[in-house]
Write a protein that binds this ligand. Structure first.
Ligand SMILES: Nc1ncnc2c1ncn2[C@@H]1O[C@H](COP(=O)(O)OP(=O)(O)O)[C@@H](O)[C@H]1O
Ligand SMILES: [Mg+2]
Length: 395
């Protein structure tokens, strides 16, 4: 019997569409000889759907706003030791039994530990970070606080809270002045460069931070690196061991949403190195970013990035395949860790390809790791016999 792999994607997130692209790449890459692939689309209302249409990205624009018209709504539930997927309509509709969940979700309400929590409750092996890893990876303020505690190199930053921005404005402004302008302000919980503001000077501070606070209750304000080189590395691993990929340099400068995912719009005339690596039958997504692999780095910078990436993977409780992004200040060649993407766009397959690992092999490894973690965790103790409730029983 083939292993049934449920690929989860979409969800109530600003990166919904990007997740559809990444997931489609994985759906095409998964080895159909070994796996029965069940795509599970999470609508923008966080409802679950299945359907043959999910195998072809060309169909997606037809249902994204009204999936019930085209797809089958399903319920996912635990039934003894099995996890089942059942259409909500049709008494005799085919049910599926999932063996492994393969989340390819990006952003809030899904990648942030929410989906991991749901899968954990179902007691299902899954290929991505657990609740804590996903949550820390999503919240830039919490993530940076852990980085700071662990001595991970970072640009200086402070966190602004919506709840007291007006009241303590002068203190916040003093912190900004201490770091020095220009600064960057980012909503703590978004991705894909959405809501990011450059604060050129003191005069702009209030307006730009307020703009950012429209997106989130917390905003990270940090030193802006003006002469920036951006490099990314992927890590694949478990709680016991991990390894790093090749390092890419992303060369289209300040990556905004359009530039990252709609190259025609934001990076006119630029060479799309990732394009050739695109999975057959699927769109390019993050794989279409303009990149140079391997990045031009000194041996020392390369080592710093690799060592730091492995440390970040461990201290943020990561699992599966992540991408860790670094910034280099060209003025002094210093390396700073910027963030982790716990489920990166295109699952960073284009980086592993550089090391001779094809996307289907990467998927195999993620599934094997998920089964390994599940087996290992199953041997830990989660309950013990107690008679505490006997004290509450009616005598
Ligand atoms: N401190 C900084 N200095 C200069 N540019 C930055 C800085 N922080 C972020 N950026 C730019 O903004 C982009 C998006 O910021 P990032 O922190 O990676 O958030 P996101 O989760 O949206 O990807 C980065 O890829 C980089 O181009
Ligand atoms: Mg980023």
């Amino acid at each position: 019997m083939k292993i049934c792999v449920a690929v989860f994607f979409g969800g109530k997130s600003t990166e919904h569409e990007i997740s559809c692209i990444s997931a489609n790449q994985a759906i095409h890459a998964l080895d159909k000889e070994k796996y029965e692939v069940l795509p599970i689309y999470i609508s923008k209302d966080n409802e679950f759907y299945i359907g043959e249409e999910l195998f072809d990205l060309a169909n997606y624009s037809s249902f994204i706003n009204d999936p019930a018209q085209v797809l089958k709504k399903v319920t996912i539930y635990k039934d003894g030791n099995a996890v089942k997927v059942k259409p909500v309509k049709g008494l005799f509709a085919k049910e599926y039994q999932i063996d492994v969940a393969f989340p390819v979700v990006h952003g809030t309400n899904v990648e942030d530990g929410s989906l991991a929590g749901f899968l954990q409750m179902l007691d299902l092996p899954y290929t991505s970070c657990d609740v804590l890893g996903g949550a820390l990876g999503q919240d830039k303020a919490a993530m940076k606080d852990v980085f700071r505690a662990e001595g991970i190199p970072m640009v200086e930053y402070f966190v602004v809270y919506n709840s007291d921005f007006e009241e303590n404005y002068n203190e916040y402004l003093a912190q900004a002045k201490k770091l020095g302008f220009p600064l960057i302000a980012k909503p703590a919980n978004l991705g894909s460069s959405i809501g990011i503001e450059v604060i050129k000077n003191q005069k702009e501070f209030k307006e730009k931070v307020s703009e950012c606070l429209r997106y989130d209750f917390k905003v990270v304000v940090e030193t802006m690196i003006e002469d920036l080189k951006e490099v990314n590395i992927s890590v694949i691993g478990t709680n016991d061991s991990a390894r790093v990929s090749a390092i890419e340099e992303v060369t289209n400068g300040f990556l905004d949403f359009d530039k990252k995912y709609q190259p025609g719009k934001g990076s006119k005339g630029a060479k799309k190195l990732g394009a050739k690596a695109g999975a057959k039958g699927a769109s390019k997504g993050m794989a279409s970013t303009i990149r140079k692999v391997p990045a031009d780095l000194t041996a020392k910078q390369k080592k710093t990035i690799e060592d730091t990436a492995l440390k970040v993977f461990r201290v943020l409780n990561s699992f599966g395949c992540v991408r860790i992004d670094f910034m280099i200040d060209r003025k002094n060649n210093k390396v700073y860790c910027n963030e982790i993407n716990t489920i990166p766009g295109s699952l960073a397959f284009y980086l592993w390809k550089e090391d001779g690992i094809s996307f289907d092999k990467e998927c195999d490894e993620l599934i094997n790791n998920a089964l390994y973690r599940y087996a290992k965790k199953s041997r830990k103790t989660y309950s013990f016999d107690t008679n505490i409730l006997d004290n509450y029983a009616k005598k």
